[in-house]
Design a protein around this ligand. Structure first.
Ligand SMILES: Cc1cc2nc3c(=O)[nH]c(=O)nc-3n(C[C@H](O)[C@H](O)[C@H](O)COP(=O)(O)O)c2cc1C
Length: 169
């Protein structure tokens, strides 16, 4: 199975599309994420897989929490925008309607819904880090809207070049 086929296979694992926000004091950032899921009812926990190379990764740990803005189906461009890396000269939040969450992390005002999480644990997960967030707040902003899915974003994240060349035992 070639890597493009493996990527196609993994698009059948149904995922949503989120903008994850983090802040450390006045420094804040947000990035597009698909690898997020609920993993516990009580306590309410979300698991998020973060690439440690993301600029937001350091902020997330320093700030002790993160926000999640759930994208709706027409927000492909928002997903693309926050999928870009925040460089020294690029503030991805400039020109975007957002508000600070409890710890200052950005919540998108145009999102379908949002969650606020406190960092509850982290462990290495291959080339990513699995972060647990205890949900301490949240809200539904667009009750009738449908969520954007990862499958609908095609190869926006360039993942077909990231999967291994073949599956091995
Ligand atoms: C559709 C899509 C899904 C993505 N999913 C994730 C993800 O689940 N976890 C992650 O760490 N990065 C994910 N990324 C990549 C980050 O959004 C990207 O590396 C971003 O530039 C990081 O921003 P930052 O450096 O400002 O933190 C995804 C990107 C796209 C476009």
């Amino acid at each position: 199975m070639a890597s493009a086929e493996i990527a196609e296979l993994f698009r059948r694992v149904t995922l949503g599309l989120y903008v994850v926000g983090a802040a450390d004091g006045e420094r804040r950032d947000a990035f597009t994420a698909a690898w997020l899921t609920q993993v516990s009812f009580d306590p309410l926990l979300l698991a998020l897989s973060v690439n440690p190379q993301n600029a937001s990764h350091r902020l997330l740990h320093a700030g002790g929490g993160f926000t999640v803005s759930v994208l709706e189906e027409t927000q492909q461009e928002v997903a693309r925008h926050f999928g870009l890396s925040s460089g020294r000269d690029r503030d991805k939040l400039a020109g975007i309607a957002w508000r600070p969450g409890r710890r200052g992390a950005p919540v998108l005002r145009d999102a379908l819904a949002w969650f606020e999480c406190e960092l509850a644990g982290a462990m290495p997960a291959g080339d990513h880090e699995l972060v647990l967030g205890r949900v301490v707040d949240g809200g539904l902003l667009l009750p009738g809207a449908r969520p954007l899915t990862y499958a609908a974003t095609g190869d926006m994240d360039g993942s077909s070049a990231l999967y291994p060349a073949r599956l091995s035992a």
